[in-house]
Write a protein that binds this ligand. Sequence first.
Ligand SMILES: N[C@@H](CCC(=O)N[C@@H](CS)C(=O)NCC(=O)O)C(=O)O
Length: 208
Amino acid sequence: MTKPVLYGPAYSTYTRSARLVLEEKGVDYDLVEVEFMGGMPAEQVERQPFAKVPAFEHDGFPLYEFSAIGRYVDEVFDGPPLQPDNPQQRARMNQIISIVDSYTYPCTIGQLVWQRVVMPMLGNQADEAVVTASLPQVNKCMNVIAGLRGDNTYLAGANVSLADLHLAPIYDYFQGTPESGAILDQNPGMREWWNVVSARDSIKKTAT
Ligand SMILES: N[C@@H](CCC(=O)N[C@@H](CS)C(=O)NCC(=O)O)C(=O)O
């Protein structure tokens, strides 16, 4: 088998999630940096027609969408399984992945982190109205995910799964915002989860 290639910038949460999967599986891969702040480069739009990162290729097989990449890597490569065998735990993992895609990423990264981290980096001021508007939904997402995790070590059981690797890069940016403290005080389960997840080598190796 040839070495897989991942196209995307290390700072992107979805790219980092795919890297986390590859690292957890112990797969050797190449990361081709794609800078999109000035507009998505044409060659990336050829790989990903919706003009997003990441894109992935393995053995001549091109693939995009993190959920598909994560499952493919888990199923094709040796290494510890990242999807539970138990149908209920697997359903919980899939449910959390869907919650992260549909509800958590848009308010947490698209609104809060974008205004607090990206806008100042680009020399712009944060739009405080967008920050304020994002907080109830961010709080709801953290609350719902903490509730679904319950007493488990990881989000879908005793072992790390694709759900943890999907949320971790988003959470990592989120915890750097001043607004995270009050939200996490209300949802201590998320801090407990992060203490376990952030100790993993994959997280340390992919930190930017
Ligand atoms: N559904 C896509 C979402 C990927 C995504 O939203 N990536 C962000 C970066 S983390 C992106 O490409 N943003 C660029 C833009 O929207 O212009 C996936 O699962 O791969």
